[in-house]
Design a protein around this ligand. Structure first.
Ligand SMILES: O=P(O)(O)OC[C@H]1O[C@H](OP(=O)(O)OP(=O)(O)O)[C@H](O)[C@@H]1O
Ligand SMILES: O=C(O)c1cc(=O)[nH]c(=O)[nH]1
Length: 215
């Protein structure tokens, strides 16, 4: 594992964005951990988050021409990551959508750069894959081509069948999903921390119950 994935988990835990306790996921599962990206809510933490997204994008070697951030959280992620990429020497345009079409002024649903070429979607998490599906539809409707999906954390758990929602997206659209970090990285982090034995056991149990098949 490259270091930035562990650094990201450490950062998310320190920011209390990645929390341990009792949470209910969108799928109705009782989870001992939760990633709440909305808590990255000041300039320093969003800037740091964007640097991690930029590192993951560059490490993936997936080629793309434009970043697309689905509303609403994706708007901040796409714009901040475009700044981080530019600071790393890659000036990439970005575009995002409005949830409701604007019927005055310039009108329409898309804001920012033209949606064309190879498009990297950027979001916080994939739960059921609805947001990615809608994004792919918008990208194709514009005559562009989805290149991949950047997310912060892959929970590596089953969807309705044996595959995870992330794997379903990869299979359905034939594009890679690139997480900054995954449940495996979280487990490695927990195993390394003093005072986290109980959380480690709970996350391991959760994975045994809901995790995708390994290797
Ligand atoms: O894979 P899915 O089932 O689509 O779930 C994941 C999506 O849900 C959340 O956004 P939401 O649609 O709630 O909008 P928001 O960004 O306005 O919070 C999240 O930011 C993802 O975009
Ligand atoms: O499954 C979810 O709904 C979910 C899990 C998680 O860790 N973070 C999040 O925003 N949603």
């Amino acid at each position: 594992m490259t270091n930035f994935r562990q650094d990201f988990i450490r950062f998310a835990v320190a920011q209390k964005v990645l929390c341990f306790g009792d949470f209910i996921t969108k799928a109705g599962r009782n989870s001992p951990y939760f990633f709440n990206a909305g808590l990255f809510s000041d300039g320093t933490s969003v800037g740091e988050l964007a640097r991690f997204y930029a590192q993951a994008a560059l490490a993936s070697k997936v080629q793309f021409d434009v970043l697309f951030g689905p509303a609403y959280k994706g708007i901040v992620l796409a714009s901040a990551t475009a700044v981080a990429l530019a600071n790393a020497g890659h000036n990439v345009p970005f575009v995002f959508n409005r949830k409701e079409a604007k019927d005055h002024g310039e009108g329409g649903v898309l804001v920012g750069a033209p949606l064309k070429g190879r498009v990297m979607i950027i979001d916080d998490v994939i739960s059921a894959g609805t947001s990615v599906r809608e994004s792919v539809n918008m990208i194709r409707a514009a005559g562009a081509e989805p290149a991949g999906v950047l997310i912060a954390l892959d929970r590596m758990e089953r969807g309705l069948g044996e595959l995870s929602a992330v794997q379903e997206v990869e299979q359905q659209f034939g594009i890679p999903v690139i997480p900054i970090a995954s449940l495996q990285d979280l487990l490695t982090f927990l195993a390394d921390q003093e005072g986290m034995t109980e959380n480690l056991a709970k996350v391991q149990n959760y994975r045994a119950q809901y995790g995708i098949q390994q290797g």
